[in-house]
Design a protein around this ligand. Structure first.
Ligand code: PLP
Length: 495
């Protein structure tokens, strides 16, 4: 299948294989790769998914887009990625009151939803390197504010022909996040702290990417990549769980084939909700894609007014993975909703870059509003949602998931649309333990280890193994770098 750039129709920016789209990550014109056509799946074939494992459904979805992989190659990627999940169903559903089902995306290696894609991407890349005749290995450089770095380390750990260097801000991650990274296993992983805050760290990594001396020394041994969330290989794995969850609702007689459902996604970079949009375009009966934001409500305003305005106050919230003002995957949605209008996307992205703002036409706004509903939640309402869900239904949710659940409540109040709904539950409550404990009035004066223990007792749920074990694993990395010391660290690390 061809993958086009969102910004240009010229053939020089089109690639003819998914592997090329994944290895390149981003098109040379600055656009994102999108499949030339969105394949569809018939109602009959969706119904058949009731009898399939998560891995089998993954194969049925992925093969449609990754037609340059053999069956054996793709199945090997899927098996390696999802055998690491601790739940036998990989992504189970938990039923709550009112026709709401929590789609638990947090049973992977780091207890958050990015594991679903970052567990498989490294295996896609290894095969892409081998098949494309590329002689260099791939070296991933990541600047992280906490969670993505750990998920990437776990995903790439000991995957052949890959290496990964993760940098985090010395003063910007929680104790557990730091320990998770410092104790990472694997012969091809490297971790260092950078003096300063997350911006300093991100800038240092950007400069490292451009450092000529380092590039010359890495030379013909490595190609550099960032494995970030705009890579097609990170988006595609997320399409799968919308299908597998629908199939579970069918199998449990919660719906009949063809019944439409709503999907609520706590949104930051617009990746997860875009995957739901692809599922809908492929034929999955989704009525509304409900885009849930925290106080950084740039997307809510966009969906309601057609104005995307990133010039606004930035809020630090208890759902940090959604503290984002520029949702990079929105570009792909704009491309599709504008009828693949490259010029239109270009104009919008240009305005965003120049003025921090763009406005879509009335016709695009009304097309958007057919697919999407946007809402946002205050921090008080996030806490109240965690508390009431715990007290009334005995189910503990994390802060990101609470944003989604709370926005769904608003949506139902406003529309009376109470069809069956899937809520993307993106992290284990133990991962954001302080905020969650605070919301349910559990004392938070203690270490994170103690807070997790208290949560575990209060909710009668065990702490995920990866979070419980981090306090006793040996520390492997303890380097702290100045901002300009990354290139020499990287050269040394991969010697
Ligand atoms: C990344 C992340 C999100 C946001 O997902 P996007 O694909 O960036 O919209 C939500 N919740 C958690 C826990 C995350 O890690």
């Amino acid at each position: 299948m061809n993958y086009n750039s969102t910004r240009s129709a010229q053939t020089e920016y089109t690639v003819d294989k998914s592997m090329k789209a994944m290895l390149q990550g981003i098109s040379p014109d600055g656009g994102l790769f999108v499949p030339e056509a969105i394949p569809t799946i018939s109602a009959e074939n969706i119904a058949k998914m009731q009898g399939m494992s998560y891995q089998e459904i993954a194969y049925e979805i992925m093969r449609l887009y990754l037609d340059d992989f053999t069956q054996g190659e793709l199945q090997a990627c899927i098996d390696k990625a999802y055998k690491k999940f601790t739940h036998p169903e990989v992504v189970p559903l938990h039923k709550l009151d009112g026709g709401v089902f929590m789609m638990e995306l947090f049973h992977g290696a780091t207890s958050a939803f990015k594991d679903v894609a970052l567990s498989i991407l490294p295996h896609y890349l290894t095969i892409a390197l081998d098949k494309s005749g590329e002689s260099r290995d791939i070296l991933i450089l990541v600047a992280t504010s906490g969670d993505t770095g750990k998920a990437a380390l776990e995903g790439f750990s000991d995957v052949p022909r890959t290496g990964i260097c993760v940098f985090y801000p010395k003063d910007g991650v929680s104790d557990v996040q730091r320990l998770q990274m410092e104790t990472q296993q694997g012969g091809n992983v490297h971790v260092a702290a950078v003096r300063g805050n997350f911006d300093d760290c991100q800038t240092a990594v950007k400069h490292a990417f451009l450092n000529e001396d380092m590039r010359a020394k890495l030379g013909d041994r490595f190609m550099l990549s960032s494995a970030n969330s705009i890579n097609w290989g990170r988006l595609l794995p997320q399409v799968v769980y919308y299908f597998s969850s629908y199939a579970k609702l069918l199998a449990n007689n919660e719906i009949s084939m063809g019944d439409s459902i709503n999907v609520v996604v706590p949104t930051g970079n617009f990746g997860n909700i875009l995957a739901a949009y692809y599922a809908k375009q492929m034929g999955l009966p989704i009525h509304k894609l409900i885009c849930a934001s925290n106080m950084n409500n740039v997307l809510t305003e966009f969906i309601n007014t057609g104005v995307y305005n990133a010039n606004r106050q930035f809020h630090l919230t208890t759902s940090p993975s959604m503290d984002i003002l520029i949702s990079s995957n929105l570009e792909r949605y704009l491309y599709h909703v504008s009828g693949c209008d490259h010029d239109y996307v270009n104009k919008c992205m240009d305005d965003l870059k120049q003025k921090g703002e763009y406005k879509v036409s009335d016709s695009i706004l009304s097309a958007m509003r057919k697919d999407l509903y946007g809402g946002h939640l205050s921090e008080d309402d996030v806490n109240a949602t965690i508390k009431s869900t715990f007290e009334q239904q005995g189910y503990l949710i994390d802060t990101h998931t609470a944003v989604a659940l709370g926005v769904h409540t608003q949506y139902v109040r406003e529309t009376n649309d109470n069809r069956k709904t899937i809520i993307a539950s993106t992290a284990s409550p133990f991962k954001f333990n302080k905020a969650v404990a605070n919301a349910i009035n559990c004392p938070i004066n203690g270490t994170e280890q103690e807070i997790m223990q208290k949560l575990s007792t209060a909710a009668n749920v065990s702490i995920p193994q990866n979070l419980a074990s981090v306090f006793s694993l040996p520390q492997r990395f303890d380097t702290t770098l100045d901002k300009d010391a990354l290139p020499s660290y990287i050269i040394d690390a991969v010697k």
